[in-house]
Each structure stands twice: as structure tokens, then as C-alpha cells.
Design a protein around this ligand. Structure first.
Ligand SMILES: [Zn+2]
Length: 334
């Protein structure tokens, strides 16, 4: 096929066109819209497999993803999969460059997940708690209403603009994790999951205040605290319960001592359903109040931080370079 493509490009450059062209099933729409200046016809008897096109063929159109969604496994092109993912993961009014950064991260995760055989019988699922959110076209149409056509076109264009691009570090696909909002600074992977990942470093993530929610508050009654923090000695009034808090490089709670018992920030987050580990705890007369910034695990790329960078004029490449320290963007060949 590569020889045919070279032939096609040569024909374009020399200004001649083949007599017979066969449009492949997976040809990208852009390929058929290329304008060729027609020279005097010559009786060529060549046959090429793809129409002439600018640049290499689409990797995303050629790659089929086995997607488990709603109890069924469906075959969709990587292009369609990513278009659905970006509109499921981000708000439709996010900038093009934030779309592209999300798409490169999502493509990397999809390929990495498939390579690791996380699931049997499919490459990825549509559960955001497991793989990545990927709503159906019908669901997106309902969600976006009259804005669907424009949002879909923008998302698909962003996928095409980053065709086949993935994040690699030392030649291997990255764990290109992302989350909603950090509260001002992301976390080192080691602070959250215990393993050091060189490209998942704590970095500043300003401008996220537009996130929903950026800040949240959780109140816990004294009785609820006693029932939940069973290792703690919660006698007396709540103001006497709270001890030392230590923090990670990313501003999250590494540990907090309550009622003489030491808990990790992740434990407290899970026990009380906090949006992130970036919290402070204070005592009230009748219980505890957690003031939380950001949401999600806060490792990797902040979606609202990416949007803030895009609105400040950063390209998707700059966004990805910021959040995935030292990773490179490379193109996979389907
Ligand atoms: Zn999954």
C-alpha cells in the first residue's frame, strides 16, 4: 500500500491522475475532496488502492476498537471512539486545543489498555470508573441538543488533527491518566499510588477556578465520625480531635491525625466521599468539616487546567508537555 501511496503522491506532484481509482471502505472523507488540477488526459491503466491524499493515511480510521458499552461489544473505528470520548469527558464548549490534548491522552490510554488485555473479549469499556467515558452518539445527541452537530464536527476535527498521536516515555506508551481539577497543583503519582512514574510529576495547574466543582465542602457529624473512624478515640468535643496534617508535594493530604489515629489522605477521601485528597479539616461544635479543592486523583493532566492553558493560548502539545513531564508525542502506525 505504501508503494501505491507513493505512486499517488507522485501523480499528484506531476499533475497527472490515474484513470482507475478504487475508494477503500476506510478512506477518510478529506481524501476524496482533494482538488487535482487536471492536465491533458493520458490513457493510464494504473490501479491504486487509495485515492491520492496529503500526508500518510489515517491511523485512527484503520484501527478498530472493540468497545464494551451497555453490555454489548461493538466495533468502532478509533476515530469514532475518540470523538465520543472527548464529548463524554469534556464540556462541549472547551477549546480545540483542550480537545486535542484530551484526545491524545485518551488514545494513549485506549491503546495501552488494549495492549495490557485489561478486559477479555474487548479492548476497552465505556465505564469512566474503569477505562474512559464513551457515551453513544444517541446519548451525546440528547445531551448536546441543538449544539450536537457543531460539537461533533469540532471533536472529530480535533481527532483528525492529532491522527494516531500518542504519548510515549522511553519508547513505551505512557499511563496518560487525567482528572477533572487539581485545585491548583497536580500530584506525583508516587504520592497517590505508591509507585514512581517519571512523567507523572506534580506541576502547577493554575486557572482551574471555572471547574465544577472547584471547591466543595463535606460536613460530618460527631456520631458519623465515631462510626467511621473506628481506630480513632473520639471522646470529648470535636475541637480536641484534630492533630497533625502532613502534605504531599502536590498539596494533597499525605496523612492526618484524628483522635490519635493516623489516616492517609486517600483513606479519608474514600471514607467520607471527598472529591479529592486536597482538603483541610476543621472541627465544629458538633462534628468535622472538610474543605476540599479539586476533584479526582489529581495525577497527570487536569482537564480544567488544560482548558485554562488553551484559553491562554497554549497548544495541545504545550499542554501535554506541561502535564506529562518529559513524555514525547509520537504517531502510531495502524
Ligand atoms: Zn474498562
Amino acid at each position: 500500500m505504501r508503494d501505491f501511496l507513493l505512486l499517488g503522491l507522485t501523480l499528484l506532484l506531476t499533475g497527472t491522475i490515474p484513470v482507475t481509482q478504487t475508494k477503500p471502505v476506510a478512506a477518510p472523507p478529506a481524501a476524496v475532496s482533494i482538488q487535482v488540477r487536471r492536465p491533458p488526459q493520458k490513457p493510464y491503466v494504473l490501479r491504486i488502492e487509495e485515492p491520492p491524499q496529503e500526508g500518510p493515511p489515517s491511523a485512527d480510521e484503520s484501527l478498530i476498537v472493540l468497545l464494551k458499552r451497555g453490555g454489548e461489544v461493538q466495533s468502532v473505528s478509533m476515530r469514532e471512539y475518540l470523538t465520543c470520548v472527548v464529548l463524554s469527558e469534556l464540556y462541549a464548549d472547551f477549546s480545540d486545543e483542550a480537545f486535542k490534548a484530551q484526545i491524545v491522552a485518551a488514545r494513549t490510554i485506549a491503546l495501552s489498555t488494549a495492549q495490557k488485555h485489561k478486559h477479555s473479549g474487548c479492548d476497552v469499556c465505556a465505564d469512566p470508573g474503569c477505562c474512559q467515558a464513551c457515551q453513544t452518539v444517541d446519548t451525546l445527541r440528547q445531551k448536546l441538543g441543538s449544539g450536537f452537530d457543531e460539537a461533533w464536527a469540532r471533536a472529530e476535527n480535533a481527532v483528525v488533527a492529532t491522527d494516531g498521536e500518542v504519548l510515549r516515555y522511553d519508547g513505551a506508551l505512557c499511563e496518560a491518566v487525567y482528572f477533572s481539577c487539581s485545585g491548583g497543583r497536580t500530584e506525583d503519582a508516587v504520592a497517590v499510588w505508591g509507585g514512581n512514574v517519571p512523567y507523572l510529576r506534580s506541576v502547577a495547574s493554575p486557572g482551574e477556578e471555572a471547574a465544577k466543582p472547584y471547591a466543595s465542602t463535606v460536613r460530618v457529624s460527631a456520631e458519623q465520625a465515631r462510626n467511621t473512624l473506628t481506630a480513632a478515640m473520639l471522646d470529648g468535643a470535636p475541637p480536641t480531635w484534630i492533630g497533625e496534617t502532613t502534605r504531599t508535594a502536590g498539596g494533597g493530604v499525605a496523612s492526618v491525625t484524628i483522635g490519635g489515629a493516623r489516616y492517609s489522605g486517600a483513606q479519608i477521601q474514600r471514607l467520607f466521599g471527598l472529591a479529592s485528597t486536597n482538603f483541610t479539616v476543621a472541627a465544629e461544635e458538633n462534628g468535622l468539616v472538610f474543605s476540599v479543592l479539586g476533584s479526582g486523583h489529581r495525577v497527570g493532566m487536569s482537564q480544567f487546567g488544560a482548558e485554562a492553558m488553551a484559553r491562554q493560548g497554549s497548544t495541545y502539545r504545550e499542554i501535554l508537555a506541561h502535564y506529562y513531564t518529559g513524555a514525547s508525542i509520537e504517531r502510531y502506525e495502524a
